[in-house]
Design a protein around this ligand. Structure first.
Ligand SMILES: [Zn+2]
Length: 366
């Protein structure tokens, strides 16, 4: 790093003579430093991008002669590792000027959340631009996933869906309008997505995902798979097994009424998506028999979803896919997350720390 500079959104604040908070207000980024003699505060003031590391060390040891230059360098290194420092003199970006204008705010957010030292602030955008994502299902959540990834500048987005647009889709599936009813979703979504960002290669296929083989083909050819479909019933487990076979990271988006869920998985990094259901089923077998109330109205019950609930699911899933591609933010993987739209809180989800030993999907791979 040639000219270290504290990231502007991480700019420190001093409270009284000795407490410094760096990283702003965001939990997971901010941290407190104790600075009894003002040395750290002076160091932070010198890290404004106008000096090299050597110049900062020289100047600070002139102000605080009892502290060595080695200590100053170690403190700068510590701030870099913690993700608070960028290079004011970073190497020129490979991105074209038009792309830098388009994605300037994405870069700003990425740098804000990114706690990994990088050569340039454009590194995550370049990673995104080189990534290929397969999206299964362009319904309520899938439309939002697709739109987000296209706007964010993913390299290639391949959409898979076999359905025709119905009037009942129009309360939540944001890529479709009245005039599209009766048309294949793929035939509307793909050209519409291309109009949002011509630099993204958007492709699609009308395909029935009828088993693990179809998903394995997709997983093998893409960097990330996003599952935004809940039919056929076993599609999540098929995706899980396909991605275990190919080692492809994957995300699923869903909702259970007002409970919005997202899961992200990196095969071989921990439990797979079938581990928790398998563990639950084993536990339930030891519990008293469960009897469901099955009224006659069940068959007339419509799936509960609107543009808001589907949008949350799609937004979280796109965020998770970007995290898997770029590492920013560094989300926990191999687990589920859930958010409750009834009170806008995150819901604690039972997560396994290690694979379930009797999981039918990943047991044989360990
Ligand atoms: Zn498993």
């Amino acid at each position: 790093m040639r000219r270290p500079r504290i990231k502007y959104p991480h700019r420190p604040v001093r409270y009284g003579p000795s407490l410094i908070r760096i990283g702003g207000l965001v939990p997971g980024i901010r941290r407190d430093l104790i600075d009894p003699d003002g040395w750290a505060w002076e160091l932070l003031n010198l890290l404004d991008g106008s000096r090299t590391t050597d110049e900062v060390a020289e100047e600070l040891t002139r102000l605080f002669p009892h502290r060595s230059q080695r200590l100053v360098r170690a403190a700068i290194e510590d701030l870099m590792i913690a993700g608070h420092v960028e290079d004011a003199d970073e190497p020129a970006s490979r991105l074209a000027p038009a792309a830098r204008r388009r994605y300037g705010r994405s870069r700003a957010l990425s740098q804000w959340m990114d706690l990994t030292p990088r050569r340039t602030g454009w590194e995550t955008q370049v990673l995104l631009g080189g990534a290929k994502v397969a999206l299964v299902g362009i319904g309520g959540a899938g439309c939002v996933v697709a739109l987000n990834l296209v706007l964010s500048g993913v390299g290639r987005l391949h959409c898979v869906d076999r359905d025709v647009i119905e009037r009942s889709n129009l309360n939540r599936q944001i890529l479709y309008a009245d005039a599209d009813v009766g048309t294949l979703k793929i035939d509307v979504a793909v050209p519409r997505l291309r109009t949002y960002n011509s630099s993204v290669e958007v492709t699609g296929e009308c395909r029935d995902v009828d088993g693990p083989e179809a998903l394995r083909d997709l997983a093998a050819g893409f960097d990330v798979v996003v599952l935004a479909a809940d039919r056929p019933r076993d599609i999540r487990s098929w995706t899980n097994r396909a991605c275990l076979d190919t080692g492809t990271p994957w995300v699923h988006a869903g909702y259970h009424g007002p409970l919005v869920t997202v899961g992200l998985y990196r095969p071989s990094a921990g439990p797979c998506s079938d581990c928790l259901p398998a563990a639950r089923q084993a536990r339930q077998e030891e519990l008293p028999e469960r009897t469901e109330w099955i009224p006659g109205i069940a068959s007339a019950y419509e799936q509960a979803a609107n543009a808001t609930s589907a949008g949350f699911a799609g937004n979280f899933a796109a965020h998770a896919a970007i995290s898997l591609i770029t590492g920013v933010p560094a989300l926990q993987t191999n687990r589920e997350f859930a958010f409750n739209l009834v009170d806008l809180t995150s819901v604690p989800v039972i997560a396994l720390d290690t694979p379930y030993p009797r999981c039918p999907s990943c047991r044989s791979r360990r």
